[in-house]
Write a protein that binds this ligand. Structure first.
Ligand code: SF4
Ligand code: SF4
Length: 357
């Protein structure tokens, strides 16, 4: 990190308000009893003391967006041709994500491999991603549902961020990690603070020392794959699940979408909306056939995708950042950590049994 500055806590809201002239600013905001990541409004303020219930992903992949509008014109003489005019609605303007947590910033890179990869580039996603500056706040510690340390991250991980903030008394030490971060920190809200760089490092080291030693979920993709045919295991795992989909909508790494057309006479629009693989309708085909007809099939897919299929495609990176939102917001308290740990144990027991056959 090349530049260190100090950002006073009391200067943040006025600074974000000022930045609102140039950027679409999103930040964690209190909403009743919860904290949601949403467009910053000065009168609502920001809430930096706990992880937001909703992740920052909607800034790059909105829950619902119009991809293009279209209008058809028919000739009224033979051979009656129809022509279609398409009007793409590409996003414009700079975006600032302020107060993301290390897990959420890391999650952006999981999206990048899918929407901004070498083979496929989604123009809507890449326009927003290139326009976004991400200012991440290091966590002071882990909540009971956090497990970033078990999936390759940490409470102070800077992966995917442009600026990392480390909390000190009365404010934050800001360290730029990218050109975009350096540009942002040229603002006068950031005071010179090179002497505080070491103090910030000490704080981060103390936070890391408090992370418990726990079994890692890395490098388990083959073990989990071996359970693919064991539907009895997945049936038991998914027993309490209500298929409500809260876990997928609140997950910072879930990126599936659906496409629908909304026609209005000779014109209309094509819309992309978030979709939810825990719903029985997600894979329901027009013929009525459903390749994932039960909760067991869908749970196998959700866990398999995050801990086995995605890592096999993307250099062993898991598609889970351990934020714990799916645990703390599940109506039946389904705990993905227990499910993965059980799956790993079950796969190991199966392997041992086969070795003795
Ligand atoms: S939030 Fe819980 S109950 Fe709802 S789909 Fe996810 S695991 Fe099932
Ligand atoms: S699967 Fe759960 S813990 Fe993992 S990133 Fe998604 S919401 Fe967070």
């Amino acid at each position: 990190m090349s530049t260190a500055r100090f950002l006073k806590a009391r200067d943040i809201a006025p600074w974000l308000e000022e930045l609102g002239r140039e950027y679409t600013v999103l930040a964690p905001t209190r909403h009743g009893d919860t904290v949601v990541f949403r467009e910053f409004e000065p009168e609502r303020g920001i809430e930096l003391d706990r992880l937001s219930t909703t992740p920052a992903k909607k800034a790059l992949l909105p829950p619902c967006e119009t991809l293009f509008e279209y209008a058809t014109t028919k000739t009224d003489t033979p051979p009656y041709r129809t022509s279609i005019e398409l009007r793409p609605t590409l996003p414009e303007g700079k975006i600032l994500l302020f107060g993301t947590r290390p897990c959420d910033a890391r999650a952006m890179q999981i999206f990048d491999r899918v929407y901004d990869g070498e083979q496929v580039k989604d123009p809507y996603y890449t326009a927003r991603r290139n326009a976004a500056t991400i200012v991440t706040l290091a966590c002071s510690g882990q909540a009971g549902t956090c497990f970033c340390d078990r999936v390759g991250g940490s409470p102070v991980d800077a992966t995917g961020s442009d600026v990392l903030l480390t909390p000190l008394k009365a404010g934050y030490v800001a360290e730029a990690l990218t050109e975009k971060g350096m540009e942002l920190m040229r603002d006068t809200a950031f005071m010179k603070a090179d002497g505080l760089r070491q103090e910030a490092l000490n704080v981060r080291n103390r936070i890391l020392e408090e992370v418990p030693e726990r079994t890692s979920f890395l490098d388990m993709e083959r073990n989990l794959l071996s359970l693919f045919g064991d539907l009895g295991f997945w049936d038991k795992t998914a027993e309490s699940c209500l298929s409500c989909g809260a876990c997928t909508y609140l997950c910072p790494t879930c990126y599936c979408f659906n496409i629908t057309d909304e026609p209005h006479g000779d014109s209309g629009k094509r819309i992309r909306t978030w979709d939810n693989c825990m719903s029985s309708q997600f894979t329901l085909e027009g013929s009525g056939h459903n390749p994932r007809p039960t909760k067991a099939h869908r749970m196998r897919n959700r866990i398999g995708h995050k801990f086995s299929y995605y890592p096999q495609l993307h250099d062993k990176t898991l598609a889970c950042v351990g934020c714990g939102r799916c645990i703390s917001n599940c109506p039946v308290s389904f705990d993905i950590r227990n499910a993965v740990a059980c799956a790993i144990q079950h796969a190991a027991a199966n392997a041992q049994e086969h070795a003795h056959d």
